[in-house]
Design a binder for this molecule. Structure first.
Ligand SMILES: Cc1cc2nc3c(=O)[nH]c(=O)nc-3n(C[C@H](O)[C@H](O)[C@H](O)COP(=O)(O)OP(=O)(O)OC[C@H]3O[C@@H](n4cnc5c(N)ncnc54)[C@H](O)[C@@H]3O)c2cc1C
Length: 407
């Protein structure tokens, strides 16, 4: 693989760095320091994404004809690496990275004109309605019914684990339009406006911080929800093809730079935390060994990702490599979040007590310990999700076993 950057590419990287220095301002940095999941709240997120949009950089992967920057694969990679290395908020993927490529590929001209511009400018937010109670890894068993009635579908059923459904203006979802033939053949891909009568969004509080308004995932109920036929993407029964196409985009990501950034934060924390012998934690032999082991893991993920990128830019298909990078990337991210919690020890604990105090309407006591300790335990809990969503680690291992090892 060729990892040499041309002079033009190096200039491009400098341009991105200079923009980040200015746009990723003190207020956004402050909010990100307390983020448990790499995102801000809805308004913070909209503010960041609009800054990217104003510069023409909200959707690095979009073709220029739809408003993307028209970058080469190398420029896209450099951009994503710089954004991750600076610890910037991630863009919410459901619109810009997930449904948009599906609309571009399978949507009508009318649907493209209606949905792509407001998605690009972050004037609408999306959520993903794939999983159902009982249908996660085995997604094709999904049951949510969509029955034709005149020029509408009528939806009944429920979606679960729907990230940011409480923010979303629209949901893209998989529904069952037929029970004939294979399970996959009866699935269709629909766009549903979240304010349609009959939709209820119920928050699912998780261990990472069940604060009011702070929930990340939800269960969404549909009772006789009427959706115009014009909101169908592709043909009726083509939903499984759309769903698989979308998953290719869901599993990508610049893990290497993100992991390096997170590990550097742990190193900085360990330089400030005391060790048992009264010295600094960073000088403790046992802690250093764990840090260095993770550093090796991060370098390995980065190298695998660069190899993947190098292959893609010379026209190779991604195949099972995206599963390998997702598996190694998410498991390393979890290990780093665990080491961060170990570094602050009991100073990370007040999170649980403060959270429940607020839920119960009591004032939280002032948090003991340094500021940087507060977000570490919520982040540790939150990152447990990364080996579940987008296809669990077991499912990724199955793909690798089948496609790479031929088992
Ligand atoms: C925080 C979070 C956010 C999410 N956001 C969304 C969202 O926005 N939209 C959405 O549609 N979904 C979302 N999901 C759902 C996610 O995609 C599913 O949780 C995931 O697909 C697993 O499905 P499940 O929870 O039903 O578990 P199951 O599929 O029931 O799996 C349970 C366990 O069995 C293992 N398992 C299952 N099948 C196999 C197999 N064939 N071989 C080996 N092991 C297997 C799994 O790995 C897992 O450990 C989210 C999940 C989480 C945790």
């Amino acid at each position: 693989m060729n990892l040499e950057y041309s002079a033009g590419e190096q200039r491009f990287r400098e341009e991105v760095r200079a923009w980040i220095d200015e746009a990723y301002d003190a207020e956004l940095r402050e909010m990100m320091a307390q983020s448990k999941n790499g995102y801000l709240d809805k308004e913070g997120q909209r503010c960041w994404q609009k800054k990217l949009h104003a510069r023409g950089w909200a959707a690095p992967d979009w073709p220029a004809e739809y408003g993307g920057p028209g970058w080469t694969p190398t420029e896209r990679f450099l951009f994503q690496s710089e954004i991750a290395a600076a610890g910037c908020p991630r863009v919410v993927p459901m619109g810009l990275k997930m449904v948009a490529p599906v609309i571009m590929r399978f949507g009508t001209e009318l649907q493209k004109a209606r949905f792509l511009p407001p998605t690009l400018s972050s004037d609408i937010f999306w959520c993903q309605g794939y999983s159902e109670p009982g249908s996660g890894s085995d997604l094709s068993s999904l049951q949510m019914k969509a029955v034709r009635d005149g020029d509408h579908y009528v939806l009944n059923g429920s979606k679960i684990w729907t990230t940011h459904a409480q923010w979303a203006d629209w949901m893209f979802c998989l529904v069952r339009t037929s029970r004939d033939g294979s399970k996959q053949a009866g699935i269709s891909f629909l766009l549903v406006e979240m304010k349609t009568p009959g939709i209820t969004v119920d928050p699912l509080p998780l261990l990472d911080g069940p604060m009011p308004g702070e929930q990340e995932v939800n269960q969404v109920f549909f009772e006789d929800v009427r959706v115009p036929l014009e909101n169908l993407i592709g043909e009726e029964g083509q939903g499984w093809t759309c769903a698989k196409y979308l998953l290719e985009f869901e599993r990508g990501g610049a893990y290497g730079p993100t992991l390096r950034y997170q590990l550097e934060k742990v190193r900085q924390i360990a330089a400030r935390q005391p060790a048992d012998d009264g010295g600094r934690l960073i000088d403790d032999a046992s802690f250093r060994r764990k840090l260095l082991e993770l550093e090796i893991q991060v370098e390995a993920v980065d190298a695998a990702e660069l190899r993947l990128f190098s292959g893609v830019s010379s026209g190779a298909s991604i195949g099972a490599a995206s599963s390998m990078v997702k598996l190694a990337g998410t498991e390393t991210l979890q290990a780093i979040s665990e080491l961060a919690v170990e570094a602050v020890g009991p100073q990370g604990w007040p999170f649980i007590r403060d959270t429940w105090a607020e839920v119960q309407g009591r004032a939280a006591a002032p948090r003991p310990g340094p500021d940087y300790a507060g977000a570490l335990l919520p982040r540790y809990f939150n990152y447990r999700k990364t080996s579940i969503y987008g296809g669990s680690s077991e499912i990724q291992r199955n793909i690798i076993a089948k496609q790479v090892l031929g088992l």
